[in-house]
Design a binder for this molecule. Sequence first.
Ligand code: XMP
Length: 510
Amino acid sequence: MDKILILDFGAQYTQLIARRVRELSVLSLVENFDFPYEKIAELAPKGIILSGGPSSVYQVGAPLPDKRIFESGIPILGICYGLQVIAHLLGGEVDRSAHQEFGKAILVVDDAKDLMRDIGDVSKVWMSHADKVTKLPQGFAPIAHTDNSPIAAVKSEQRKIFGVQFHPEVVHTSKGKEILGNFVFRICGCAGDWKPGNFIEETARDIKARVGNETVICAMSGGVDSAVAAVLIQRAIGNQLHAVHIDNGVMRKDESRNVVEYFKKNFDMNLHHVDASEQFLKKLHGVTDPEKKRKIIGNTFIEVFEKVAHDIKGARFLAQGTLYPDVIESQSHKGPSAKIKTHHNVGGLPEVMKLELIEPFRLLFKDEVRQVGRALGISDDIIDRHPFPGPGLAVRILSDVTPEKLEILRHADDIFIEEIKRHGIYTDIWQAFAVLLPVQSVGVMGDERTYEYTIALRAVTSEDGMTADWAQVPYDILARVSGRIINEVRGVNRVVYDISSKPPSTIEWE
Ligand code: XMP
């Protein structure tokens, strides 16, 4: 399969470049800027993209790639800092004192032969840079300009090296997709064969070859990643897969039952349903600290899963739905930012259990997993489902977790989701849910004074969960949800709507 290699110089947009290339049905891989040349040669990409980055090429210790890439004959596209790297390493000049340019600019094409082909004479582009290239290396020519940047795009036709000062990967660059398309198809000659059907076939074949007659186990929460992984692996090896669904007692209304029924009925899955809710709830008894709740749930999960796995004879492999962004994050020098919450799912399992890992989605973004899931015939209901945290409702009850509070929260949450779906806005929202606050307040129902709990409704829009805005759910829908919750859920007499964005708030309340 054709690949485009993206060397990461620390730009906030690097993953976006990778996604845009994949949207063109071309496999893209992200590696650090110092990825050794020998490995690049081994990978044999059809093209290399040098990402943007916050550095200046003249800075001491500025990130620079192995210079041999420029002699390799592999087509190269430098974006922003990537362009400055090309100019700097090949004998051009970069001006450090140039005025920084941030925001929209009008690009005028001067040479529409290859990179700028079929994008029109004039289009909008997004600039975000301080330094800029002032003298081109020998053999290079400008191919487009803006008012502020006489050298907004360049090429060396003979060496197949190109560069753009703007960001083609962001939506504000109106012809960005076409420009990247020109690079990967016209210049690099990629076939565009990165498609869900091909991925499923190839991956199923690889899994079968690796697993042979052995047994694979897979923890299946009902979330998208683990569900699609289980169905794909079952496609490859049938009942040699043992999927395990553990009810941890903090799932949503009827969730465990529905998940198990759906996959047994529609995929004839070899699925073990383990109801461990009592064990979890016992350990959570009286615990109010959010981090403690997370740890208890994570550790208990490992305990329960280990026991179940032990009973499945000869299990040698453990399947997990790890995604590409996690892989990129863990391989980069940048490291994750300060830990705000421990996101504990099945982390730690492989080390404890000494199983070999199968991670079919190590190279996939979330939207690609969804496409694969659809191609495998999994229903939209499961594929489009909002993310749900591993510690479940335990981190949405802002006090100790009791069966009574769980019952209240499940009912309220169910009403909220039902109404959002009924009004057709479920898929416009990244995540919507109810939170039970440990706050009782006075109300009046009939002629009676009440003193009951408060439910907070949270709905956010987001691209990736890293940042989020509160969703502007229409008032009439909120009114209906509030009316139904107060009327139908015993123990609640007040409903509030959370209008905080992330940052500075987080999506979950704990
Ligand atoms: P926060 O609350 O950190 O959440 O803004 C960002 C995204 O992560 C989900 N989340 C979790 N997911 N285990 C998970 O699997 C966790 O412990 C956990 N905590 C938060 C959250 O639902 C949102 O999608």
